[in-house]
Design a protein around this ligand. Structure first.
Ligand SMILES: [Zn+2]
Length: 279
């Protein structure tokens, strides 16, 4: 195997610095072929600046495949920024019968987690729960995929650019973190129910030709619960739009409209809690 110096040249800062820590943190930092191909956006910078880190050695059961290096970078960036950069995300290459070959490794940077907000802590708890679960979350991370609106239960695809739209549309309603954890927990529950990627509700029709949502409802509602925790509000689904009851008593109507280029428009309308005059 090549050494880092051979690979990246003398004096390479962050990556090389991080690799020096290898003996302490063990096998999780073994070089990942994908990382080597796409060394952009290196998360090792945080490690170099704050070398007191440790890794949870338990199961790593979020397995992803990436449509492109951009999809990979966008996913990692979203998880890290959601966790306020108190964790770094690295990928471990695994052999997966179903082709999902990148396993998520969360590495904590000591002393920063305390600064997380309640919503960020909620996301972390659910995300870690998925990583430590017995069943495996499998997701293919795509960008502006025309067949995928945010997440697709059946194909296990997650459109990371769609997910980012929720924060871009402003506060209230669904956040990008909420959207991401919804799809993650939904796929975890789907796997626990014994369904593989490509399987699931959409192919199941009842005698009247109606889609049987039985297999979808449980995972979807578990996804909404996790989403509510990360959003810090409560979502009620409607025919045309969703309504969110916010912590401050205001109400947000939210509409998601797929666009022709595979993206989505997210429209949020927040109505403050009516002021009841004091008698
Ligand atoms: Zn869902």
């Amino acid at each position: 195997m090549e050494s880092d110096n051979e690979l990246k040249g003398e004096g390479n800062s962050y990556d090389y610095g991080a690799r020096m820590l290898d003996p302490r943190i063990g096998r999780w930092f073994a070089p990942d072929p994908l990382e080597r191909d796409y060394p952009s956006l290196s998360t090792y910078g945080y490690v170099a600046n704050s070398p007191i880190i440790f890794t949870d050695p338990d199961g790593q059961k979020i397995r992803l495949k990436f449509k492109s290096p951009e999809a990979r970078d966008a996913y990692i960036q979203l998880v890290e920024s959601t966790l306020n950069c108190s964790y770094i995300v690295t990928l471990k290459t695994v052999e997966d019968d179903l082709g999902y070959s990148s396993e998520i490794v969360l590495t904590k940077i000591d002393g920063i987690e305390a600064n997380l907000s309640e919503k960020q802590k909620a996301f972390l708890k659910d995300y870690k729960g998925a990583i430590d679960a017995e069943a495996t979350v499998r997701q293919e991370i795509v960008r502006n995929d025309k067949g995928t609106t945010v997440g697709d239960f059946r194909t296990n695809k997650l459109d990371i650019e769609d997910v980012k739209k929720f924060d871009e549309a402003g506060e209230f309603g669904a956040s990008s973190a909420g959207s991401l954890i919804h799809e993650t927990i939904e796929q975890l529950e789907k796997c626990q129910a014994g369904f593989c990627p490509g399987e699931g509700l959409a192919e199941k029709y009842d005698a009247n030709g109606k889609v049987d949502l039985t297999n979808y409802k449980g995972p979807h509602s578990a996804g909404i619960k996790a989403e509510d925790r990360a959003n810090g509000n409560t979502r009620t689904e409607g025919q045309k739009f969703d309504t969110f009851t916010e912590k401050d008593g205001s109400t947000t109507k939210q509409l998601v409209v797929p666009t022709a280029n595979g993206s989505i428009n997210v429209i949020k309308k927040n109505t403050p809690k009516p002021i009841t005059p004091k008698k």
